[in-house]
Design a binder for this molecule. Sequence first.
Ligand SMILES: [Zn+2]
Length: 152
Amino acid sequence: MEKKKELHVAALENGTVIDHIPSDQVFKVVSLLEIQNLQTQVTIGYGLDSKKMGKKGILKIADKFFEEDEINRISLIAPSVKLNIIRDYEVVEKKLVHLPDELLGLVKCNNPKCISNCEPIKSNFKIIDKEAVTLKCHYCEMQTKKEDIVLL
Ligand SMILES: [Zn+2]
């Protein structure tokens, strides 16, 4: 019998495969998507060989299909991920993630005096530059560059 080398983990019957996650971001993606709270079967792989990325991570989540705005949250930390939607063991759809226009309750404002840091309200950022990933706080208008982004 021929062995399939790329098959590292069991195939999914129904669910979502998130592939091409930077290896060191796998657990951040897990917490952003709150995968640890799901009651379904989840396979986490990291440090896997990838021709394109060197090392990559992969998540296989059984019986879970993410909403667009749910999955787009991970575009901040893993912009090049690929999603495979699996139904009945077949890939029925492939998706890429896109930076949304605004981020609610996801990123901390770096201005300590910002109302979002002082009052129990959700942070709210507009993405003013999608290429460079520059955010602007809805409340205090302070801009945050990609390297300064702190996730809540
Ligand atoms: Zn602010």
